[in-house]
Design a protein around this ligand. Structure first.
Ligand SMILES: Nc1ncnc2c1ncn2[C@@H]1O[C@H](COP(=O)(O)OP(=O)(O)OP(=O)(O)O)[C@@H](O)[C@H]1O
Ligand SMILES: [Mg+2]
Length: 165
């Protein structure tokens, strides 16, 4: 997974270098979007629509687009509900990168963080009694890889990878 991530970074850096030099790149262009939005529940659907719109620029079935939407919804909902403990005045950051091989989506919050990531990603584990604990399970089953980096007291970054045909 690390290698895949490094590859995406290397491809992006090469394109940026070539753009600065004014060169045309032979590969498909990498498209990249970065934005941040308030931790309000209505922004969950906007975030997932943007991810699906970018994914739809490549060959993708409706079912696959729906899966990406669910995975993004789960990651963004977690940032709002758990990371920011339901506060609606904090910022969630999201980046979307489309490389020739992959769609890479990161969702970042500067919230409470996760003390035990291994436990958090277990299906049916939830810190809250009224929740199912299935968000990470959906992300894992609908995406090709999921990476979670978190620092208690500082925040969480979830990276979702979807391989493209
Ligand atoms: N961004 C985050 N910041 C802090 N804790 C998080 C974050 N994302 C997930 N967690 C922790 O990981 C646990 C598992 O997350 P998961 O999405 O799988 O289940 P859930 O959100 O509790 O329930 P569900 O998604 O089914 O409503 C959460 O209960 C929470 O403790
Ligand atoms: Mg969840």
């Amino acid at each position: 997974m690390e290698t895949v991530r490094e590859d995406a970074c290397i491809a992006t850096e090469r394109l940026q270098r070539d753009c600065r030099k004014g060169e045309q790149h032979s590969l498909d262009p990498v498209n990249k979007l970065q934005f941040r939005f308030l931790s309000r529940s209505e922004n969950v659907s906007l975030a997932r629509l943007l991810a699906a719109a970018l994914a739809a620029s490549r060959e993708m079935t409706v079912a696959e687009l729906d899966e990406i939407k669910v995975a993004v919804s789960e990651a963004v909902s977690n940032a709002i509900i758990h990371g920011y403990e339901g506060r609606d005045d904090c910022y969630v950051e999201m980046s979307l990168a489309l490389t020739p091989e992959q769609l890479v989506i990161t969702v970042h919050d500067d919230g409470v963080g996760i003390a035990d990531i291994e436990q958090a990603i277990k299906p049916s584990y939830s810190a809250k009694r009224d929740r199912m604990g299935l968000g990470f399970a959906f992300m894992h089953s609908f995406m090709d890889a999921v990476d979670v980096v978190s620092t208690p007291g500082a925040g969480t970054t979830v990276t979702l990878y979807k391989d493209l045909p």
